[in-house]
Design a protein around this ligand. Structure first.
Ligand code: FNR
Length: 413
């Protein structure tokens, strides 16, 4: 109602309400390389499309005459009651979309009480984002570095930042094959973008001065003064941490980031390391096989996040929402199951919940809102999604998320 009333009063939305028009407008506002990085997927982008088609193949069957005048969209997750079953999926390198980057997203998410998941590849250190969110919920997404000490340092920082959970993303031990980026020769990290979580880390910065294992010592050794400047800039200038640095430190930081950011040798045997070092709930993101979900629970994790990284990693992989039912069954209510990939409207949230998800994440749409109108754009995209979810839930005949179940859906063949 608020949106219609605002319209009647002559106030126009800042960003298109329709997801396709939102993306089209954002694509014109962003540089070609930035848009390619955000919109693109792996290979032929079959899985990007499959994420949408899997939703479209499932249709809601609304029920009538059920008194939906009082509605409750809240859910409980990791000991907190959240206003809606929506979370802000971690997205790295947001400086490509807007100079306020993660800070704008943090403020927008906090204004709605929606959890933001801080990316390991953020453009703004998690401490700055947490500081902008007051007591609003936030989680931290970890890329498991080659360096154990750095993993431990990230976990400690996430705790100090008041995060409610650590989300370990497992589908990006190697960067996916992304033709759009390859054709443009564009890899943000090599330009020092999206590495602020690292350059604001005391362990990373200490190690910057050491040669990489197995590599020849860096030709340009960072001086103590350069490291201090880098640290100060990383804290002070959101998204601009490395932009103006003329010493070899920036290059050394980028080289070290690329060499340590993920560990392709990671196995189930590594999980106890993190379990022993944090009291926070651990969620595994990137689970697509029910056996992996079972294994995750055996390893003592607190949540399973069904995701194919928005189709950016394995082209031809199963759509997230197609993977969901078998994983929900394997988990059997022992832990919450989240999902993301292709969520574009309120009906998608209802459909994912009907298949057993506790909550859903949204990625690209809020980045497009950010590109078009900064914090206000992100807030509008998220607020529209929550409003459309509440409306669709009610019109489908459900008063609360607990009433959304398999009976709300049919699957087309
Ligand atoms: C991502 N995603 C992601 N995931 C993660 O765990 N850490 C990260 O740093 C990033 N970075 C990132 C950058 C960009 C530009 C995109 C589009 C995505 C994946 C993200 O969390 C989520 O799984 C997908 O974006 C969900 O799909 P939709 O909503 O974009 O379709």
């Amino acid at each position: 109602t608020d949106i219609y009333l605002a319209g009647a009063a002559g106030a126009k939305p800042r960003v298109p309400v329709d997801p396709a028009r939102l993306e089209a407008d954002a694509s014109r506002a962003m540089s070609a390389a930035a848009y390619a990085y955000v919109a693109g997927g792996a290979g032929s982008e079959e899985t990007v499309r499959a994420n949408r088609r899997a939703f479209e193949r499932r249709r809601l069957v609304p029920r009538v005459l059920r008194d939906v005048s009082v509605r409750d969209t809240s859910v409980e997750l990791f000991g907190r009651r959240l206003p809606s079953p929506l979370v802000v999926s971690p997205v790295g390198v947001l400086e490509l979309a807007h100079p306020d980057a993660d800070l704008a997203v943090a403020r927008a998410a906090a204004s709605l009480g929606i959890p933001m998941v801080f990316s390991s590849q953020a453009s703004v250190p998690m401490e700055a984002c947490a500081g902008a969110m007051h007591t609003s919920p936030r989680w931290f997404q970890l890329y498991w570095s080659r360096d154990d000490e750095l993993v431990e340092s990230f976990a400690r920082r996430a705790e100090a930042c008041g995060c409610d959970a650590i989300v370990v993303t497992l589908d990006t031990t190697l960067l996916g094959w992304r033709p759009r980026d390859l054709e443009l020769g564009h890899l943000p990290f090599l330009r020092g973008q999206g590495i602020a979580q690292y350059t604001s880390d005391p362990v990373f910065m200490r190690k910057l001065a050491e040669p990489l294992p197995g590599a020849a010592p860096a030709r340009v050794r960072p001086t103590a003064a350069a490291v201090r400047t880098l640290l100060a800039m990383a804290r002070a200038v959101p998204g601009g941490a490395l932009r103006n640095l003329r010493t070899g430190t920036a290059r050394a930081a980028v080289r070290r980031f690329v060499a340590t950011y993920s560990r392709p040798s990671l196995t189930w045997a590594d999980l106890p390391f993190l379990r022993a070092r944090t009291r926070l709930p651990i969620v595994l993101k990137g689970i697509l096989h029910p056996d992996d979900a079972r294994r995750a629970l055996d390893a003592g994790v607190d949540g399973v996040w069904v995701s194919n990284h928005g189709g950016r990693q394995v082209d031809g992989s199963i759509a997230a929402v197609d993977a969901l039912p078998a994983i929900v069954e394997a988990v059997g209510g022992r832990a919450p199951v989240l999902m993301d990939g292709g969520v574009r409207g309120g009906a998608d949230v209802v459909r994912a919940l009907a298949l057993g998800a506790r909550a859903v994440g949204v990625g690209r749409p809020y980045v497009y809102g950010l590109a078009l109108a900064g914090e206000a754009g992100v807030r509008e995209v998220l607020a529209n999604l929550v409003a459309e979810f509440e409306l669709t839930m009610a019109l489908a005949g459900c008063r609360s998320v607990s009433e959304i179940d398999r009976g709300c859906l049919v699957e087309l063949h």
